[in-house]
Design a protein around this ligand. Sequence first.
Ligand SMILES: [Zn+2]
Ligand SMILES: [Zn+2]
Length: 873
Amino acid sequence: MTQYDPVPMERKWQKQWKEWELYKFDFDSDRPVYSVDNPPRYTSGSLHLGHATGYSLIDFAARYRRLRGYNVFFPLCFDVNGTPTEVRVEKKYGINKLSVSRQEYIKLCSEYAESFINEMTLQFEILGESMDPSIYYQTDAPYYRRITQISFLRLLEKGLAYKGTYPVNWCPRCMTALADAEVEYTDNVTKLNFIKFMIKGTDDFMIIATTRPELICTCQVVAVHPEDKERSHHVGKKLLTPIYEKEVDIIADPKVDPTFGSGVVMICTIGDKDDLEWVMKYNLPLEKGIDEQGRMTEVAGKYEGLPVKEARQRIIEDIEIAGQLIRKEELQQNVSICWRCHEPIEYLQVPQWFVKILDFKDDVLKKAEEIKWFPEFMKVRLQDWVNSLGWDWVISRQRYFATPIPIWECVECGQVVPAREEDCYIDPTTDLPPVEKCPKCGGELKGCEDVFDTWMDSSISPLYNTFWERDAERFDWLFPMSMRPQSHDIIRTWAFYTILREHLAVGEKPWDHIMIHGFIMSSDGTPMHSSLGNVIDPIPILEDYGADALRYYASTCSLGEDNAFREKDVKHGKKFLTKLWNIGRFISSFVNEKPARGELKLPDVWILSKFSRLVESVTNHYDNYNFDKAIRELEAFAWHELADHYLEMVKYRNRDKDDMGVRFTLYTTFLGVIKMMAPILPHVTEEIYQSFFQEMDGAKSVHVSDWPEPILVDEDEEERGEFLKEVISAIRKWKSERGMALNHEIELVELVGEKASYLLGVERDILETVRAKRLQIVSEIELEEKVTNLKPVLSKLGPEFKQQAKEIISKVQQFDPYEIAPSIETGTLEIALSDGTKVKLDGNYFEVEKKLTLGGKEVETLQVRDMLVAIQL
Ligand SMILES: [Zn+2]
Ligand SMILES: [Zn+2]
């Protein structure tokens, strides 16, 4: 490669790395292990910029540890389960879970998901991801689901999983229960209906405001605040519900907000969580007004079978016809919706399986303390979530495409018959139970048709990765894992459930570190999400700029923060990569065999000292997953200190083939920088390494080479070097401001002042770099001022002297400026004009221009700190 041309170069290395099996975890090695609990990528096919950035950050961490000598465990893995695939498949084939058989439905989902895996693996490859296919897994495979099932059977055995009939969040669209963590909220404008409820046996009535008139059929009781003067005298009376004419009691309850709506609350079973609290408190009967498919039940009378929305409209029309609708108001409302399909959820009473959470809140919080969080403030999100939890975890879903719950139930007495661990993976809807009949009553056994919440699978990824229940020796070796990377939106699910599950299974924290990254926001400021349709496709970006440029952008995103996508950063990245490549080529003209240390001059010591501190600082940033800080410092060093300054200072030393100091310094600093950039920019650094350094450094690839070491730190020499750099760049800047070529030769440079002696010994570096014939370092000089010109001030002369101005200027310019300058400055110069008049002139009319001279020759001066730099052309 002569010109930096990323795409073919990157593909070349990606193929080579694969051939070398560079990222293969070594099960026989005794090097320390660094294991990544890599998020199995969801098999949705498309790669968006959020994924590309997230997985790049994870790869930086893995590649860094590999370069530090760790045996890195970084599995290639895919999440092949669950509702999003079901939603897409239903759309694609126009089916739902009732319209085709269970097995047919699963087959369609499985084929659909599977069809993306090759393409998604290739996307990872093109991004330069260093995941290891030799420890590949996918979450729908029998080997994985087996571990999910065994972990559940253990919970069942310990009494930590139980079946119960409690109201659960229910998505009528997906026809399944949802965990609290799967419920999202959205703002919505709805109608608040003010409805007349007649007080029994009177002509009097109360007004009740409700957004859900379709639930009137399940109204159990009506409540007012006990101190509500206007209404509390009705407590104890009975109300008749509209349409149904059902009698309900009026009670007093301090939880009623007398300022909301009409100040009267209709308590139903069950519209929301508040209803449920009241139902429990007053022990009200549970009536089911809405079924699992979101349709009204027989309790709704003539509205039976209607979908909720339609029933709502119909009943409000009927109430209006009956003259009981007072008015409607618009209401801004926070609606609970399903996180997958974004439809409003209901609360329903359905028998479900649960895992105990409430008893283990403290344990989870304690484990969270044992884990190191990057960034630290993200821990608070987990703590807040744990503290807010009021329900156990509902783990059963009434779906198909997920891990089956490995149990059978007696159709007669409900006795649960769990699968035997050695039989897992099993599907109880098709496989036979371990016993023929119910051990309790001899009744028939029926395989459980529910499946697990997808987090039941993903929350055991650390157990799966470390060979739990498959290889005790490996488990002892590999558990807990080193690091879990994930985004902040799934702290309350993936992070939380994993900590809980590993605590329940083995009593330990799942990982030492957790790294939380933010979202990439689209240009309108919303997080990119496939379901929102605002994603940026990174593939064209990769084709235009290459993976390293995109990874460069990813590295500038601070951990834990949401970042807007800026294409200009990718562009800048490519510019920087081109610069790196060119520096590499330039340095290769100096260095072609591994240089000994040689004699170091001030510029060498200066840059080596800066480099050594850079190694320490960048290492520290990588250790703390602060990739943005690492790349910023590396770029500033490579581009500015090394290329702009050091390289310029030492170019002339290339002529001296024995100057090992400069060769050692160039080799050490640039190779070191390349290695430190390798985790972030794996392709260009490999190309540079293989083209210029590989034979000298000796590793097979930059990615398995040795991490650089600090060489020397010398604060005094570094400070002197800094001063030298400032002098040289001031003179170079001065040249370019005059439009002078940088190699234009200067006659003399004098460095004047007490500080100038600081630069004794580096005269040659200055002379050669600024291209001066002579250099003098002196403590003081006698500079003389020489008047060179009297410049007419036309804005004064014109208005004052009108047509005579021209004559005045010409007369003044006949004098030697040096001689008449003093009389101009004192205002005593008199000029006789042709019309006989005389005018007196002073500095307002002619500006005295002077130049500094040294030994009679003109000089220009610059100030660098306290030092004067005099330049004679
Ligand atoms: Zn849904
Ligand atoms: Zn039975």
